[in-house]
Write a new protein. Sequence first.
Length: 398
Amino acid sequence: MKKKLLVLLITLMGLTYYSYGQAKPDQKFGITWGGFVKVDYLADTRQNVTAREGHFLIFPAAENIVGGTDLNDVANFNILAVQTRLTGKITGPDFFGMKTSGMIEGAFFGQSDPDINGFRLRHAFVKLSNDKVDIIMGQYWHPMFVTAVFPGTYSFNTGVPFQPFSRNPQLRITTKGKVQFIGVMFSERDFASRGPAGTTSKYVRDAFIPQLHTQLQFVGKESLGGIGVNLKTMRPTLAAENVTNTAFIGYFKTKLGKSTTFKLEGVYGENMSDLLSISGLAEAVGGGFTSNKTVSFWGELSGGDAKSEWGIFSGYTKNNGFKDPVGGAVYGLGPTVDNVFRVAPRYGWKSGKMTIGLEVEYTTALYGKLAANKMDIDTSGFNSVNNLRAALSAIYGF
């Protein structure tokens, strides 16, 4: 770990020297470093489905009844600073008349639980811009994570599993104006689909068809909205045929008065485990594979001023079962979870570059099993499980 950090520091120093050493005195080309230090104090009333030692909470764990006792009904506590982030924003000379910029961003979240505290890539892209279009080439947010309309929670889950969450290598074109067209061709990397070989991008790579997304965004003075459609093709095994899944998104944001913002989003899609939604893929009766269908909604009210900020987030997601009868193994993220609900109020105190935020997150989940028709989710005999998380966050931007 010490060697990795030493290499990282030497690299950053070298990039900074290069960026300022190559530019002429009257040029503003180079790289500017920023980011934040963030520490989270977390307390949960139950065991949960999470990532990174409980830091990234998704939903409560199912009942595990042994001798009449639910072994997952056990509280836990942790302190982590792995969300701390370093961002380098790059500017340079024009490319055939188009403005150029770029960004490199990493965090200490690691690639997996054994790699927690490890430095990992978040974003890495170059951007070409003129007065009509922006072009992004590299790793950036999935187009269904709309950067203009997403939850402002202190929790790093940012509304998961209701809000699609993923970063993908891509080519993105966005037009400018009051009505904007967004077209994206992309693949999978850190956030990948689940299937017979585990969680891997191989299913999409072997399909030989990149993921495709189109979106229309309508921009007003005090409001913004949009609709989009996503197409994902994957090949679960080399012996299987391609499976094509679709997803749809609609979203809206508006100002309410001088300091309050309202956000609303809805998503419907198939096999969206790569977006950290409850969903899955299964072996179908008669061969081949089938996908399940999920619908999600979330809304948020937020506001604040120079000294404080507040917000309340709420989300609901429902598993609508599989498209065809399941005849074999089921893969995914909570593919037989029937529904999940969450409400999360928050309040923060701000001064200078420092924010202290308090957030309470109540999440409930109802598990189930495949019904007799092998398509729907049967919840008879299952009890809802719930978790209450209290989180205190200290954030220092630089």
